[in-house]
Design a protein. Structure first.
Length: 390
């Protein structure tokens, strides 16, 4: 997405193009920082760092999308060498193309927002690209609702990126959000409830293991004198003995020695306890669905949507990885076109994706056999540039 919307040169422009809703958005947030409604740090900690399904879903998508081969072309030719390709190959001293894109895809999946910073030379040529953390970035909207600046805060320091002078130093890629004008909505936010259920189920399982991996029971006291209550000393002694001798995995199966008047009443699993594992699997399936990852690829049992693993993998690339990678690379190339003063398109090369080989072979065969199409039309359908003699 390019942000070079401002034309300060002409005092009276011949034509004004602006959204009719822009003044309303500007009135809502003009001149101040628009804060994200979600606590991104806490959600990332619980849904990515503390949840195996969320972690694996993000890693699976980000790694697959960043590993896709990229091509650069315009309407006339496909480039083997180009400054934009060189920049993407070595975006900075610490990262290569795959590392940069994996970080960008990860930020987009976790927060709904991805930010790229360009470091330009004295002549305005891009020299480096850097992914900035989304939880540290804030949008500053202008009077017309469009961002006039971005504020990046680290500790007690802030850096302001001005978006009104020349080419935009920040590329903001965001997911669709129906209730926010400036920030995107992430799959992690949509899966927040399922993540809470899954994490609670894991804590419950851990607590069950700590208590000898069996359902709880009750110790009933019936004194010889008919009294049903222990003295304070007897109660404290019993609690200490239970905690030290009969709780934890190391004490699993240890027999319990009960003195006179004490009786153990075990409690069996209730029907809700028996359905507990299914509840956890259902929560895991919801998390995977929010990210667009077939549950079969995450090892979640009981999934019969796909006939086999290859079909699930093909659907994963076709429905999740390719749309995300195509949208992000198009935004990057559209943004960098402002620095190179030309129009080129950066996109994934579907012909080099093994998971899509069967589909692409069928498409090439079908287009090649269409005798009513010219060679130029066939090339256009397949996404190829024009031939030199066309």
């Amino acid at each position: 997405m390019a942000f070079n919307f401002f034309n300060r040169g002409a005092a009276t422009p011949p034509q004004t193009k602006a959204s009719a809703a822009g003044p309303v958005v500007a009135y809502h947030g003009a001149g101040r920082v628009a804060w994200s409604p979600r606590d991104v740090v806490s959600l990332t900690r619980s849904g990515f760092l503390g949840n195996p399904i969320g972690f694996r879903s993000v890693k699976l998508i980000a790694e697959a999308a960043s590993a896709l081969p990229l091509i650069l072309q315009d309407s006339e030719r496909r480039y083997d060498m180009h400054p934009l390709l060189a920049l993407m190959k070595n975006p900075n001293l610490a990262q290569g193309r795959a590392e940069l894109l994996e970080a960008l895809f990860g930020q987009l999946l976790l927060t709904g927002n991805g930010y790229l910073e360009v470091v330009a030379g004295e002549d305005g040529t891009p020299l480096e690209l850097h992914v900035l953390r989304s939880d540290r970035m804030n949008v500053v909207p202008g009077g017309d609702g469009w961002p006039v600046a971005y504020e990046y805060a680290v500790g007690g320091k802030k850096h302001r990126f001005d978006m009104t002078n020349g080419a935009a130093p920040i590329c903001h890629i965001k997911s669709f959000s129906p209730q926010d004008d400036h920030y995107g909505f992430s799959p992690l936010q949509a899966a927040a409830s399922a993540i809470d259920v899954h994490n609670s189920a894991s804590r419950w399982s851990k607590g069950l293991l700590d208590n000898a991996a069996r359902p709880s029971g009750a110790i009933v006291y019936r004194g010889s004198d008919g009294q049903g209550a222990l003295t304070a000393d007897q109660y404290d002694r019993l609690v200490d003995e239970m905690a030290s001798q009969h709780q934890g995995a190391a004490n699993a199966g240890r027999p319990m020695l009960l003195e006179g008047g004490l009786d153990w009443k075990p409690m069996g699993f209730s029907p809700s306890d028996m359905e507990f594992q299914k509840t956890k699997e259902a929560a895991a399936r919801e998390i995977a669905t929010a990210f667009g990852v077939p549950p079969m690829l995450l090892g979640i049992p009981g999934d019969a949507t796909y006939a086999n693993y290859a079909e699930a993998n093909r659907a994963f690339y076709r429905l999740t990885v390719l749309p995300l990678a195509t949208r992000v690379t198009a935004a990057i190339s559209g943004w960098l076109n402002g620095f190179y003063d030309e129009t080129v398109e950066l996109r994934p090369d579907q012909d080099q994706v093994p998971a899509l080989a069967v589909e692409r072979d069928a498409q090439w065969k079908r287009v090649g056999a269409a005798i009513f199409l010219t060679d130029a039309e066939k090339r256009a359908i397949l996404g190829l540039p024009k031939q030199a003699d066309e």
